[in-house]
Design a protein around this ligand. Sequence first.
Ligand code: ZN
Length: 339
Amino acid sequence: MFPTTIAGSLPKPAWLAETHKLWPTWKAEGDALAQAKRDATLLWLKEQEDAGVDIVTDGEQSRQHFVHGFLEAVEGIDFEHKVRMGIRNNRYDAMVPQVVGPLRLTGRVHATEAQLMRSHTTKKIKFTLPGPMTIVDTVADAHYGSRETLAMAFAELLNQEARALQADGVDVIQFDEPAYNVFMEHVPTWGIASLHRAIEGLTCTTGVHICYGYGIQANKDWKTSLGDRWTQYEAIFPALAASRIDQVSLEVANSRIPDDVLGLLKGKDVLIGVIDVANDAVETPEQVAETIGRAMRYVPADRIVPCTNCGMAPMDRGIAAAKLRALVEGARLARERAA
Ligand code: ZN
């Protein structure tokens, strides 16, 4: 009961990239950078194992950003002429690459990290990929002309990489869709249709991570504008419950999502965010167990997977490591109480 995992990303060591940034600059180039990425991946694999995390990730140490890391292996995208664009419904600006032609993968995207992990751990491994809707919201389209068509084109490429990751021995493939609570009206239609395209033919566990974003100021400000009860998910959970996706990952710690909304995800494993990534205070096991206890009122215990609210990429490295231990300790306490 209560196997633990993380949303995906972890902070990059200072020798790999700039710290505390969402789009950090790498500290090396060429072969030296490739080696540094491998070293950082192994370092976090060990940290997760030592903390006792059950389903481990590569900490996304090999990608500059969770969306653009995938795009770097896609033909038809111009990274030379980035444009400034308001993303997540203009919540904040980003410099984004442009789609300028038909999309095609130039080769494998994450073979190195996936194979490295598989050969160094016997734990279950999870791999994260950006979801089609979120990718569409993080690029400027100068070719396809429709967000829906563009989402399906990306979904096809994601599916290609996901099948290869499964063949590498990855146990769980998760698609990150923070855009799901921005473009809610499109989730039941092309949001889920593109996700289904992305998981076509997969036999491993599949998941989707939805959230209110990394702990950056623009997101914190946005969250304070959402009122006391975050009922946004009522509009999309029934569609997700009816989908073929196995798992849904959500932020619950310090969020204002009413507990009963979790009950709308019937039949799904729910990754309950018990670790706040927008706050440097390390949770106590007691706090973590309490969040799990709240979720248990609406989600069957054998469907609960304690997790972090979101990625920890921009956080302080030491704090992230301490939060990994808090996650595991808290799950252990909840297990004792439920026994
Ligand atoms: Zn997130």
